[in-house]
Design a protein around this ligand. Sequence first.
Ligand code: NAP
Ligand code: SF4
Length: 675
Amino acid sequence: MTAYPNMLAPLDLGFTTLKNRVLMGSMHTGLEETRDWNRVAEFYADRARGGVALMVTGGIGPNLEGSVLPGAAMMTTEEDVANHSIITDRVHEAGGKIAMQILHAGRYSYGPKCVSPSPVKSPISPFPPNPLDEDGIEKQIADIVNASVLAQKAGYDGVEIMGSEGYFINQFLVTHTNKRDDRWGGSYENRMRLAIEVVRRTREAVGTDFIIIYRLSMIDLIPNGSTHDEVVQLAQEIEKAGATILNTGIGWHEARIPTIATSVPRAAFAWVTKKLMGKVSIPVITSNRINTPEVAEEVLSTGCADMVSLARPMLADADFVNKAIAGDGAKIAPCIACNQACLDHTFGGKLTSCLVNPRACHETELVIDKAEVTKSVAIVGAGPAGLSTAMAAAERGHTVTLFDRADEIGGQLNMAKQVPGKEEFWGLVDWYRTMVADLGITVQLGREVGPDDLTGFDEVIIATGVIPRDPSIPGQDRDNVLSYIDVLRHKAPVGDRVAVIGAGGIGFDVSEYLLHEGDSPTENLPLWMKEWGVTDPAEHRSGLAPEGPQPHAPARQVTLLQRKKQAHGKGLGKTTGWIHRATLKMKDVSFVGGVNYERIDDQGLHVSFGEERADPTVIECDTVVLCSGQISERSLADALEVKGVNCHVIGGADVAAELDAKRAINQGTRLAASL
Ligand code: NAP
Ligand code: SF4
């Protein structure tokens, strides 16, 4: 008897059956743009082997003007058909099913040729869109239909027509972007026409036995978006036009409400999809922040949807479904929704991967195979670098001993998990604990090792991490000065007025921790919705609360300081930095930049500004918290070198600058693959 009966139940679509209720949602990985079709095929085949019922590819453009950016993958030629056949063949051999997403980006297309219903520029693109005339609209529809026909020819089991997230079709649906007064604008009947025509003509062109998923924006989260009645009306029309499945889209890309970040509660928007259940007779998929089989099962068993869409969790673990089937849910590598190696890469023009699983999108290049010669491996430091090395080395058949002077594994992850909004880190540490035990790794905690303890091993790996940088501020040894470790690890008492020195990732984290009191909104959906001003779209158009965000009062008065003059938080994640900045702004944090730290005394923190040390100012505060970066902890590596013992130094012990778990895990995994 499975613990996930709803998630693992088949879904009969009439002409074909899906083997379970898990869809791999579309992700723009950048793989298709490598044109290395073997590599693309292996990425999808790996997930097909992992048991997912149906996958959707990254967004493929139906034409140049609709592609996300110049050079993005399109489906327009016979050559495209031949290339995509490599993917579909490999997926079918692996027992999977795959649909190609057709993504017409409209005014979100990053280029001067972008088109839209009306000349309304997007706030997230520098390119003013070219409004379409009647012929132009007909051409876009014809190109989308043509891409569907070519996808069918390439062997895809279906297509997903992207109608949400503020892309082209979504832009016609709402008056926010559609200012037309012809048959494509004005009344809702007219604004729906494009979506319906695309689906109707696609169905006509591909025949009956081909999956058409329509991704429908169920809550736009922008001004003048759709009402719930309009969403229902559209869903019913899309069903009549011939769609097989409706998928959920949440929020436009320009919305200033987080929808998938780690601080968003798990399954935060399943209730939105549930409102559509029973109003259409085709299956409905829900999505966003569903990252464990337990959450998926809960969502399905409470009637929120017929299927769940998991995207990033399929990067973290290709075997998500098979592990659930085997009753090994605890072994599923968790997606912590950090965006660090997936969306931040995509928006930085880099190939997607995964912080937790560096093999994602690198399946053909980073291979963890059985070692020809098995070795004894000592690893010192059970943070992300040491843990990932230990796991990959053990998978390869090496005998691994992992040492740490702390009483628990996890290193700095144990501090991250204390921060409200970063609760997913608990699951990540739990997963490492499960895997370390499962792989038979010998763990020696509470043990400070020296060079003499490390003799007799074939390989010695130093992953001793970092120590806080000393900012050398006069008065920093006073009782009212703490380090981030005192605050996050030792829970030292902190006063009501706080100056935080250093506005890197840890300065932001510490500020969020200190501003917070009571339930974490990430674990309390109504509270989170209130904080961000999200409401039922049946009550207020687009799901925006008329009163706006209502954050709870800050628990402390925080001043966040840095020496740089640039905007605070510039170095934070591309897709998540704005959320951290917005959270702190909502809690009235003072951002002070361009400072020199003069001294700390009873009054507080004395600063001045600029090279001439002008405008001496006192930041009156009860506590100063030092978050001034980190330096490598290399003492053991140095001692080994003196003794002439060869070792590998990884993670923060190797390079502390801009260290993050992504770099540490990637470096550790790659080292283990080479041992
Ligand atoms: P960091 O990002 O390097 O930031 C260090 C901060 O300290 C900077 O604001 C820097 O700004 C300041 N600083 C540097 N030297 C100083 C000195 N001598 N005296 C006073 N201030 C000094 O380091 P971190 O905040 O410790 O974070 C470590 C790593 O963890 C980062 O790479 C980050 O990516 C990762 N992390 C990320 C997140 C996130 O994205 N949410 C959260 C936690 C950790 P000035 O030089 O301008 O003063
Ligand atoms: Fe999830 Fe982070 Fe991996 Fe992206 S990088 S898939 S958000 S764990």
